[in-house]
Design a protein. Structure first.
Length: 195
């Protein structure tokens, strides 16, 4: 096993011989052990459930197994959307990328799936398939609320590079096309400015 990534919530290991990854949730010493175990179990189960639900409509990693604190899934090599945009610089059609990413997020929200940490680092570009893929649903949940979907969009917008923000965002919201969520996003953004 090779450590690929160390986050605040989990470690990601590459199981090299099998082209799989193992996502292992970390224990938090500041939480009571019983509460910690309950949170880890709940988040692991929720992430597994969300990925399973998305498999019929989006390109997401295949799931292999789950325990109380671990998920084994398909390894999909790629670069983050942030890295992809930086690497490609002026050769990219920013609007085309924005439209594709918008459709992925809209499809997710149409199924009432909230990512919970929707940043440019949690969307990968898979060069073999030429597709974008959302990863790390570890803080995700199921919600019908426009507020939750709007907060997802707000976090995503804040993660975009300022140099491409306007061009990307104009095309993104044109393709997202859910007026209720976009109207709620304006309220969320105004709230964010006051903080």
């Amino acid at each position: 096993m090779k450590l690929l990534n160390q986050g605040a919530e989990a470690q990601i290991f590459l199981l090299e011989e099998e082209e799989k990854i193992l996502k292992k949730r970390l224990q938090k010493s500041y939480r009571h052990p019983l509460l910690d175990a309950k949170i880890i179990k709940k988040r692991t189960q929720m992430e597994f459930t969300l990925l399973k639900k998305l498999q019929s409509t989006l390109f997401v990693p295949k799931l292999y197994s789950k325990s109380l604190s671990e998920i084994t899934m398909e390894y999909i090599p790629g670069v983050s959307l942030k890295e992809y945009l930086l690497l490609q610089e002026k050769q990219l059609d920013i609007r085309e990328i924005a439209a594709k990413v918008s459709q992925i997020i809209k499809t997710t929200h149409d199924q009432n799936i909230i990512h919970g940490d929707l940043t440019c680092m949690n969307i990968l570009y898979h060069s073999s398939s030429k597709k974008f893929i959302m990863i790390d649903f570890g803080l995700g949940c199921i919600s019908r609320k426009e507020e939750d979907k709007a907060v997802d969009l707000y976090v995503f917008k804040k993660s975009l590079d300022p140099l491409i923000l306007n061009e990307f965002w104009d095309e993104f919201i044109r393709n997202y096309s859910d007026e209720k969520v976009l109207n709620r996003l304006l309220i969320v953004e105004n709230r964010g400015r006051k903080m």
